[in-house]
Design a protein around this ligand. Sequence first.
Ligand code: AMP
Ligand code: ZN
Ligand code: FE
Ligand code: FE
Length: 292
Amino acid sequence: MRIDLHTHSRVSDGTDAPAELVRSAAAAGLDVVALTDHDTAAGWDEAAAAARDTGVELVPGMEISTVDGRRSVHLLAYLLDPTYPPLAEELSRILVGRSARVPIMVERLRGLGIDIAVEDVVAESSDAAASGRPHVADALVRLGAVKDRDEAFDRYLAAGRPAFVERYAADLTTMIRHVRAAGGVSVIAHPWGRSRREQPDEAGFAALRAAGLSGIEVDHQDHTPEQRARLRAIAADLDLVATGSSDYHGTGKTLHDLGVNTTSAAAYEQLLERAARAAVAAGRDVPLVVGR
Ligand code: AMP
Ligand code: ZN
Ligand code: FE
Ligand code: FE
């Protein structure tokens, strides 16, 4: 079984339409793929139809933008009811906040002598639920100001760079509770990636588990082999499910091809069992993986 539990489509900042992504997953030999666009379920229906056509199993999911204190944390959530009101309100606040800062970023870039307009960014995100920094990056590439997304982040868009603007994100612990109450399971995405500090540490993960966290994304391109080994040990200690995934963004991110990291069949079954329990506790039907 080849299982990839973290991918992005054009509904957020990937470059494939949801149906294309599912067909690519089938072509890449995956048996199971989760669609986890940032803060939205808008791609689920299109992906589900493609999953039924191709025979790939589809896990509906999303990657939620949260903060733990001042630290930004991405929370993967699977098999949740996206219409659960407290969750839906937070998601819409995140999406509105993401798009609302684009004009400010554009002004900053114009101040640096780049002839970019809000419309250039909107043009790069026409299928997306919100316009984010990756779409600003794509506009900069199209205008010839940078060669790729990475250069755009390095020069302008990453935290501490001149066009960086803060946006709203949900409180991590609150969001873990919301996901559970919405009948889903949550997994911390790439917890130690792209940061010098290895936080949360084991005590931090224990507190998140107490709030209802189900797993840790251990095998991710942004983790070194040593970090993976230590995260795997923490997951085992705390009875958290250790997952692995590509964080595929189509051509938007290199070294993240579908299936580059995968989740074991045993870990996947554990996640499904926890999701079934959460669904029953939330009083909804056991959420269905499409094509299972
Ligand atoms: P936003 O939510 O609009 O701030 O955009 C954040 C998204 O940009 C993340 O979820 C990543 O997908 C992407 N991203 C963050 N840092 C980088 C980077 N250095 N290079 C390319 N993409 C990045
Ligand atoms: Zn992304
Ligand atoms: Fe992420
Ligand atoms: Fe991601």
